[in-house]
Design a protein around this ligand. Structure first.
Ligand code: HSE
Length: 425
């Protein structure tokens, strides 16, 4: 039996999930894995958060130094979040010879390179399965299960808050703001959901997955990020008629020119695509790999127990001497500028219903080497301006932007065309 002593730092939702799961299932883990996990410290700067812990065997303190200086402690479980103090804590923990388990995606995506390097130097592991998609074992899958495979693309719905909001907009015909309020009322969105709805949370996750899949460093500043805050119900309804559902996708893809695309943005996904059926707060990651082919991983990406299962899985692996989560950068793929990507596009203009307008628009598309795949004008007899909706064949994004700029400059233009990228199956 391996005995491992841990300190949990940060007793918020996930910290309590880990505490409860380990308290309830300690015997089961012993029987299954021959690992006995003992929580020696519960640490939080707000001591009120420790009052409910009744076990006399757990030291309750706000002083994290007690744990990192305690020779008996094998693993520091960092669950405080944020990128400042958490960075210091993990750095000091590794320097003091401790392994670390964390759910902190922002920290790893933005400042992870230094920490992984330090871990390597010290021969210590940073377990971070919980940082991406909560309970879905996607890091372990890419790292271990597909160790002999080559990932070509990752397409993920990796943010539950935005998926919940988009599902409500689509199914209940409500605006973004109404859906956001509903999500907050039901506890699926934070009081301050900024980082979720503006795509940053998803970008942190895809930056981490991309680094593992392509063994290449990814500068977080190079990740293209667009959120869902400007999505209009009208486009969700138009897309539905065209056979598409709007999702916030996180994409990392290896291109034939050896560059990687790493991007987060709203995307119209064909109803035939498996990701189209992922509803509400659920997450899913679709992998394209050379030998296994296509595979899909689905489950809850947030919440106390789903995330705690990933934390506990990492603790057990470290206790058993596995260090699967050491990030290896053996390649250096440049991140492609968003203007250089190729995609299909949905575009909606609001235009006056009069002679010559369509010909001017299609002329600009032709000049920019963009081929129109479908075109619908919605007739509205009483209104001066009518929606003109078109989809394109694959085109270069910078050409699309150029075309939209040029069309916006025409006298008849009321506002810039809405552009959303399309993905088929
Ligand atoms: N806020 C995230 C989400 C969960 O809505 O999916 C934590 O990463």
């Amino acid at each position: 039996m391996k005995n491992v002593k841990i300190a949990i730092i940060g007793l918020g939702t996930i910290g309590n999930g880990v505490l409860n799961l380990l308290t309830k299932e300690r015997e089961l883990i012993k029987q299954r894995q021959k690992v006995d996990i003992e929580i020696k410290y519960a640490i939080d700067k707000d001591e009120n958060k420790l009052n409910h812990i009744t076990s006399k065997d757990i030291v309750k303190t706000k002083d994290y130094k007690l744990a990192i200086n305690d020779k008996e402690i094998d693993i520091i479980v960092e669950l405080i979040g944020g990128t400042n103090f958490a960075y210091t804590l993990i750095k000091e923990s590794l320097e003091n010879g401790k392994n670390v388990v964390t759910a902190n995606k922002a920290l790893l995506a933005e400042k992870g390179l230094d920490l992984f390097k330090l871990g390597e130097e010290k021969g210590k592991t940073i377990g971070f399965e919980a940082s991406v998609c909560g309970g879905i074992p996607i890091i372990r899958t890419i790292f271990d299960a597909l160790a002999g495979d080559k990932i070509k693309g990752i397409f993920g719905i990796v943010n539950g808050t935005t998926n919940f909001i988009l599902t409500k907009m689509y199914e209940e015909n409500i605006s973004f703001h109404t859906a956001l309020k509903e999500a907050q009322k039901l506890g699926f969105a934070e009081a301050d959901p900024t980082l979720d709805i503006n795509g940053t949370d998803a970008a942190h996750k895809i930056a981490i997955l991309g680094q593992i899949a392509f063994n290449s460093p990814i500068d977080f500043g190079c990740v293209y990020i667009e959120g869902i805050q400007h999505i209009e119900l009208e486009d969700i309804k138009n897309a539905d008629e065209l056979g598409y559902i709007l999702k916030l996708l996180a994409i990392a893809k290896l291109d034939p020119d050896n560059s990687i695309e790493v991007r987060v943005h709203p995307c119209l996904v064909s109803k035939e695509n498996l990701l189209a059926s992922v509803r509400n707060e659920y997450n899913a990651v679709f992998l394209e790999s050379e030998y296994f082919g296509n595979s899909l991983y689905y489950g809850k990406g947030a919440g106390a127990f789903p995330t705690a299962t990933a934390v506990v899985g990492d603790i057990i692996e470290i206790a058993k001497g596995k260090s699967h989560t050491k990030l290896k950068h053996i390649s250096n793929h440049p991140v492609k500028d968003i203007g250089e990507i190729e995609s299909r596009y949905y575009i909606r203009f609001l235009v006056p219903d009069k002679p010559g307008v369509l010909s001017k628009i299609s002329g600009v598309f032709a000049e920019n080497n963009i081929s129109i795949a479908s075109l619908i004008q919605k007739e509205r007899s009483k209104e001066k301006y009518v929606p003109l909706i078109l989809t394109t064949h694959p085109a270069r994004e910078k050409n699309i932007k150029n075309a939209l700029d040029n069309i916006e400059r025409f006298d008849f233009s009321k506002k810039r065309g809405v552009m959303i990228r399309l993905i088929d199956d």
